[in-house]
Write a protein that binds this ligand. Sequence first.
Ligand code: FEO
Ligand code: CA
Ligand code: CA
Length: 678
Amino acid sequence: MKRSEEFYEGDRDEVLSTEGRGETMQDVLGRRWNRRGVVGGGLGTGMVLTMGLTMSQQATSQEATPVAGGTPASGATPVAEAETGFQPISLDTGDQLVVAANHSAVPFLRWGDPLFPDAPEWDIDNQSAEAQEQQFGYNCDWIGFLPLPQGSDASDRGLLGINHEYTNPELMFKGYLTGNPDFDPVEAEASEDYDIPESLVNTSQRIVDTEIAAHGLSIVEVARDESGNWEVVLDSEYNRRITGMTPMEITGPAAGIEMLRTTADPDGTEVLGTLNNCAGGTTPWGTFLTGEENFQQYFANLNQLPEDDPVRVVHERFGISEEGSDRLWEEFHDRFDLAEEPNEPFRFGWVVEIDPYDAGSKPMKRTALGRVKHEGATSAIAPGGQVAFYTGDDEVFEYAYKFVTANAWDPDDRAANMDLLDDGTLYVARFDDDGTGEWIPLVHGEGELTEDNGFASQGEVLAKTRLAADAVGATKMDRPEDFETNPVTGKVYLVCTNNRGRTIMETDRANPRPNNFAGQIVEITEDDNDHAATTFAWEIFILAGDPEHSGTWYGGHSGISPLAAPDNLTFDVDGNIWISTDGMPNNLPGNDGLFVAPTEGEARGRTQQFFSTVPGAECSGPVFNTDNTALFVSVQHPGEGGTMDEPTSRWPDNESPARPSVVLITHNDPGARVGQLG
Ligand code: FEO
Ligand code: CA
Ligand code: CA
C-alpha cells in the first residue's frame, strides 16, 4: 500500500454483481466473443464463466474449468493440509502478530535501531539525518539474504539487504500534521542552508533531510549463535546505510544521454541516492538488486515545463505532480523541483545493483533494465549461462518485463560478472488469449522504436521504457508487482495486485476480471524451460479474493485461506510459493499476511495462511535463509491511516507511533524448517 494508492471504498458485492450494471454473464461473454472474433478452444473460457459467480454457483457450473490444467472446483477433493504441513491460521484483525502453531515471530529490526556500535539509540524527539544514517531506516520492504562468507551456502550467517521504501512523516515526527513546532522561519531565513517554504508548512529542512536519510536500504550482517538466537552483528564490516543522498553511478545505454543530465551532473553519470525502493532481488554472483518504484511522488511543478517540452509527456506518464508535491522536498532541495531541474526524475525509476560484500562499493543504476515503477528484479539462469531478470512495473495497465544478459555469467570469476547488467536485451510481455505469450524486444531501430517515432537511441528507449512498450503492443496488466522464479520447477510467477479501473471491455485472459480489486497470480512456463526464450506458455495460478463473493481460483480447492492483493513472493526449498499481501483489509476482514500454496501435485494452489501482521501494515519482502530455518519478513507501515495521537497500531513496542520492522520467524523445534509441522 502506497501513499498514492486509492482504496476501493464502494460496495464490493455491488461492484461484482453483473446485474448491478444491467448485464448478465451471457452479455459479458457475448460481447467478448464479438470483440475478439474467435476465442480458441475451451482453454480459458472457464475463468470467464466463473467470473462473478459464487462458490456454490461454481460448484454446479459444468463449464467451471480452470484456465489450463488443475482440477475444476466442482471436482475438488479437500486436502487436510498444505504440503508444508503447518496448521493454517485464520484472518486476524488484532494489533499483534499471529503465526502458525509451533513457530515464533518476533520483531528483529525496528525503524531507528542502531546498525553500528556507536550509532545513537532511536529517540523520536531527537531525529536527524545524521542519526538516521546510522540507524535502520523507515518502512522496510523487500529483504534479500546472501550468505557469509561470500560464495558459501551458509545458513547461520549472512547479509540482509533491506529496502526502505518510503516515509510516513505523519507517523515519524510529532506535530507534522498539526504544525511543526521546530520550524522557525526567522532562523530559517538567517541560515544560508535553509530555504523558506512559500507557505508555512508542517515540515522543515531537518524533517525533510531525516526523511531522505530514512529512505534507501540497510545492509546488515546477521548471525545465529550456538543457542539458536539470531542477532544483528553491530560491529560488522559489512553494515551499511544507503540513503536518498548516497552517490551512485549511472551505467548502461542511458548513461550520459541528454535526458539524464542536470546542473549538478552535466555528464549524466552520477546521481544522489535511490528512492522508493520497493522489491528487489539477488544476482547469481552475489549482489543485491533494488527496484525504484513510485519515484514520481518526490518531484514537483510539472506545470512549469512548456506544453511542447518532449520530456513532459514522459513525466506525465509517471504522474508527477503539476504543482507542489505532498512531501514538499522541492522546497528544500532544488533537484526535486522540475522548474529547476526538469531532468532529475529521469535519474530515478531504475534497478540499482549493490555489492554488499564491499561496504565501500558504489551502487550502480543499471539502465539496461529499463525505467519504470520497478518492483523487484529477480534472476534465473538460462541453459546457455545468460541470466534473465524479471521485473514488474507496478501501476494499473502497465507491463511485465524481462532482461536477458548478452553474455553468460562465470561462476568462477565474480569480478567478470560485475558489469553483466550493462549489456543485454530488455523484453516486454504480450500474453495471448490462447495461453501462449511472447517476449517482445525493446531494441532501438527495430519495429516502431525509431528516431522518427521519438526514440533517438537505445538510451532513449530505456529512459522512456513505458512509451516503448506501448509502441510494440505489450499486454497491459493489473498492477504487475513481484515476478519470481520457482527454483524447483523453473516456472515464473507474476503477481498482479489489483486493478479496479479495468472495465469489462478491457478484460483479457491474463487480466480476466473487471473491477479487479483482489488480484491474480499468473504462472509462466518459458519455452523449453529456457529463461532466455522469447516465447512462453502461461495460465492463471491463483485468482484471489473471497470465494463467497467473486469468481476466484485456488487450484479448484475449497477450504482454502482466502487472500487478496498479493504483492511479494518467495519460494521454499520444496518449491511451495509464499505470498505476502498488501491491501487485504480493503477486500477481506483481516490484516495483511503471508500465505503458502504448493505449486505442483494434487494440492497445487491450495492456499493456507501462515502469518498475519497488524492494522495498517502491509506484509512484504519474505525471504528464507539458505536452509529455510529462518524466515525474515517486513511489517511495513504499521498504523498507516492513523495518526500519532490516534494510532491504529502501537506495534511492536505498545507505544505510538508504531515502528516498521523486520520480523524473524523460526520454528520452535531447533533445526526444523519454517513451515514444517512440529
Ligand atoms: Fe511498493 Fe508495488 O509495492
Ligand atoms: Ca505494494
Ligand atoms: Ca511491492
